[in-house]
Design a protein around this ligand. Structure first.
Ligand SMILES: NC(=O)c1ccc[n+]([C@@H]2O[C@H](COP(=O)([O-])OP(=O)(O)OC[C@H]3O[C@@H](n4cnc5c(N)ncnc54)[C@H](OP(=O)(O)O)[C@@H]3O)[C@@H](O)[C@H]2O)c1
Length: 441
């Protein structure tokens, strides 16, 4: 099997060097002699030895090479990646890609074309880098109805939140550090605003629930509003703040949301720190599972790309075909829930517990005013922190004092209405900070 690679950046160089290092191992696992033959790259990359391959400056030369069986798209972005992949499929070639944006935005079109052309399109590296979570969902857990997927699926965001919690650094300071270390792009919007995580969650939800590949259906909140104060109070209350992607089957439909969340410190996923990724999948038969590892980087991502190439090679060698149609993924949910799953539950209709941080006037009776508003909305308070040292320190000043509350589970629209009333109290001096609380298995 002849492999053509388009792009010669971080991941492509990882693929080439792991392939060169493990060549004999891969050939025996691939069931046939599989070799990289053609690279499409606008320029050389000093990190990569390509002398043994044909190198074309036009990436489309790889697609047009009749001897190439598998096109590995590693250029990223939407265009010309979409055109490249569609032309490869039309030419009867299998495709492997690490491009989450492409699959989350155009996956349905690409997979439909692949099914018609009877070729494979694989994208393990597009979600959680080196963690084989797509294989886990579609193969290892194929006997299960998937009840929920909860993931830390953006390493940059996890690094920033970890630095804030462990070193009391501000969001801006931790972000600057992530950029200096090469974890974050010069424009970090996709990572910190949750767009990247929403694209990955969309792919996982499509595999688990057969939903369309359309990232705009996912509710998305970033981490830029999370403060060191929230980290500290959450910690005192026994929680850790993580940026989560959550897909959950409910009777009302499918919840699909990306936002910061408090999770109990005792949970395994709460202890996944730095740039690591983790995906907790709850299946009805297996119960809770957790997959953890490197979500990015040249060789971890190459590990996933190569697994897809080897898989295709093995299938070709024994003449069989595995559907790349995600809606045919075997993890069908229970019939009662399935009908509702094509409806994405609006964020205002979810049920959740909440953390609130309120900047209040340093006056007696403020806490009871706030709890009265919550009680009138049928929301009970689970925990309260009114910082006595802070209150004491500000006894004779007009500076706000922080009141931190956690609630029981309630309807989000009900909670939002109560928060709007709390913000109208003349003793509440700033907009209330709210973060959802998730009890991950
Ligand atoms: N890096 C990771 O850890 C990671 C993890 C998971 C998934 N991914 C995904 O893997 C893919 C590749 O990422 P990467 O980090 O390897 O990117 P990268 O280092 O920026 O490399 C991209 C490569 O593609 C080439 N390229 C880009 N646009 C092109 C065009 N229009 N025509 C020809 N060549 C073009 C670039 O060439 P020039 O150098 O000439 O610009 C470069 O060789 C992306 O889809 C990314 O989301 C990356």
């Amino acid at each position: 099997m002849n492999i053509g690679i388009c792009g010669l950046g971080t991941v492509a160089c990882g693929v080439i060097s792991v392939w060169q290092r493990n060549q004999s191992l891969l050939t025996s696992r691939a069931g046939q002699n599989s070799v990289i033959t053609h690279i499409g790259a606008r320029r050389d990359n000093p990190a990569c030895d390509t002398h043994a391959y044909t190198v074309s400056r036009d990436i489309f030369a790889v697609v047009n090479d009749p001897s190439v069986d598998v096109v590995v798209e590693l250029i990223g972005g939407i265009e010309p990646a979409r055109q490249l992949v569609m032309e490869a499929i039309a030419a009867g070639k299998h495709v492997v890609t690490a491009n989450k944006a492409l699959i989350a935005e155009h996956g349905d079109e690409i997979l439909a074309a692949a099914a018609l052309a009877d070729v494979e399109v694989r994208f393990e590296a597009a979600v959680a880098g080196g963690i084989p979570v797509i294989k886990a969902l579609t193969e290892g857990l194929s006997g299960n109805a998937i009840e929920s997927i909860v993931g830390i699926i953006n390493g940059t965001g996890n690094y920033i939140l970890t630095e804030m919690r462990e070193k009391n650094r501000s969001f801006e300071d931790a972000l600057a550090d992530a950029q200096r270390l090469g974890y974050a792009e010069a424009d970090p919007t996709y990572d910190v605003e949750g767009i990247d995580a929403a694209q990955k969650l969309t792919i996982l939800a499509a595999l688990a629930y057969g939903t369309p590949l359309d990232a705009s259906r996912c509710y998305t909140e970033g981490i830029s509003a999370v403060s060191v104060a929230d980290m500290t109070y959450a910690n005192e209350l026994g929680y850790c703040i993580k940026h989560l992607g959550i897909a959950r089957a409910t009777k009302q439909g499918l919840e699909m949301r990306v936002h910061p969340a408090l999770i109990p410190k005792s949970r395994l996923i709460a202890n996944v720190n730095g740039v690591l990724n983790a995906v907790a999948i709850h299946g009805d038969a297996v119960g809770p599972t957790l997959f953890c590892g490197a979500g990015a980087g040249a060789e971890p991502t190459a590990s996933a790309v190569i697994a897809d190439i080897v898989d295709i090679s093995r299938k070709m060698a024994c003449g069989s075909k595995v559907s790349s149609d995600v809606s045919a993924a075997p993890s069908e949910p229970q019939a009662s829930v399935q009908a509702a799953l094509h409806r994405v539950v609006p964020i205002t209709d979810i049920h959740c517990a909440y953390y609130l941080r309120i900047a209040a006037a340093n006056r007696p009776g403020v806490l009871s005013q706030i709890t009265q508003v919550l009680s009138d909305a049928d929301i009970s308070v689970e925990g309260v922190r009114q910082h006595e040292h802070t209150v004491g320190a500000h006894t004779h000043t007009n500076e706000p004092v922080p009141i931190v509350l956690t609630t029981n589970v309630t309807l989000e629209s009900n909670f939002r209405a109560a928060v709007a009333q709390i913000e109208m109290l003349d003793t509440v001096l700033q907009p209330v900070s709210i973060i959802r609380i998730e009890s991950v298995d």
